[in-house]
Design a protein around this ligand. Structure first.
Ligand code: PMP
Length: 383
């Protein structure tokens, strides 16, 4: 996909630091960058990161997403840059594709998708279209519609896929369905762009949640991937993320990365340091990694147990309708199937607030408020 991407020149200022860092001579002096130092400079410092971010962090991020045994990872063929969380990763990806994807400027988003996807990709210079995803009548996946729409896309279109815990619906394809989706995308030579904002948060296992990404790579797709560490590390405000592209070989990777730098430099020059340092410390230390993964599991399990309590309460209270989707949906959000008037009643009468499409953040429910919430929903549905 990226054979025609030319190697970009190093940045006139930050490229000096890159050259300085690569120099092994003990007498070396860097006079390129505008960061004040005296004889007593300390380590770790708060100086600028390279344009593509903290190398220990991007390495760890890629390993977490693709898995240690990933072929392009082992072949040093994954181009990666740190990003301003998941949003920034999507934006860098959009801008890079708008500039270098040789085949089209159209990206297809699932209907519905996270509300910010459309403006992100539009502002990146792409045209945004939709494919069928959610089936209102089953409150589940419209798999037939999804497949038909993929098959009807012009060849080589760009397709955005939520890697796990689809936002806003909470509806994910099963592994078997992912395999079918991968086959169709391969047949149609579509370009898959994964948004993985919730790795670990959906099932409690970072490996399980990376199934789609890893299957696509194994199946031979070249992919783009946006990662966020906002949710799974609780680093929301630190803006920790990564954007990566799998490429053919290390030479192509170097060309692609040189152009990623040219995309990033005029946007924000270089990414923030603190959160990336936290994430790379946790991911790079065996004991901390295990502790973190246990916490991710606890978060996911707490959400799953709230789904069960909510489902059982609604059924026990004889609430009209089918509520199975509450437990089959995945991740932070649930599309309850509540109508706009019902959400209004809940706000006005019960002081319960959610978006008017009936989406709730499961994370807002806990053992103190779940019974009050269930009763209020049941009343609102009974009318
Ligand atoms: N993609 C999806 C699907 C999301 O739900 C979110 C967060 N709501 C993001 C990306 C990006 O979030 P952030 O920029 O905070 O990492």
């Amino acid at each position: 996909t990226w054979s025609a991407v030319p190697a970009g020149p190093p940045d006139p200022i930050l490229g000096v630091t890159e050259a300085f860092k690569a120099d092994k001579d003990p007498r070396k002096i860097n006079l390129g960058v505008g960061a004040y130092r005296d004889e007593n400079a300390t380590n770790p410092d708060k100086e600028y990161l390279p344009i593509t971010g903290l190398p220990e962090f991007t390495k760890a991020a890629v390993k977490l997403a693709y898995g240690e045994d990933s072929i392009p990872l082992q072949h040093n063929a994954i181009a990666v840059t740190q990003s301003i969380s998941g949003t920034g990763a999507l934006r860098i990806g959009g801008a890079f594709l708008a500039r270098f994807y040789p085949n089209t400027k159209t990206i297809y988003l699932p209907n519905p998708s996270w509300g910010n996807h459309t403006p992100i990709f539009r502002d990146s210079g792409l045209e945004v279209k939709q494919y069928r995803y959610y089936d209102k009548t089953t409150v589940g996946l419209d798999f037939a519609g999804l497949k038909e729409d993929l098959k009807n896309m012009p060849e080589q279109s760009i397709v955005l896929l939520h890697a796990c815990a689809h936002n806003p619906t909470g509806v994910d394809p099963t592994p078997e369905q992912w395999i079918e989706i991968s086959d169709i995308i391969q047949e149609k030579k579509l370009f898959p762009f994964f948004d993985m904002a919730y790795q670990g948060f959906a099932s409690g296992s970072t490996t399980h949640d990376a199934f789609a990404v890893r299957h696509f790579v194994k199946a031979g797709h070249q992919i783009a991937l946006a990662q966020s560490f906002a949710k799974n590390m609780g680093l929301y405000g630190e803006r920790v993320g990564a954007f990566s592209l799998t490429t053919a070989d290390p030479e192509e990777k170097a060309r692609v990365e040189s152009q990623l730098k040219i995309v990033v430099r005029p946007m924000y020059s270089n990414p923030p340091l603190h959160g990336a340092r936290i994430a790379s410390t946790v991911l790079g230390n065996h004991k901390l990694y295990k502790e973190w993964h246990g916490e991710v599991e606890n978060m996911a399990n707490r959400i799953i147990s709230m789904r069960h309590r909510l489902h059982d309460n609604l059924v026990a209270q004889g609430t009209p309708g089918e509520w199975k989707h509450i437990t089959s949906q995945i991740g932070m959000f649930s599309f309850t199937g509540l109508t706009q008037p019902q959400t209004k009643v809940l706000a006005d009468k019960a002081h319960i607030y959610m978006t008017s499409d009936g989406r709730i953040s499961m994370a807002g429910l806990n053992s103190h408020n779940i019974d009050y919430f269930s009763e209020s929903v049941s009343k609102a549905v009974k009318g």
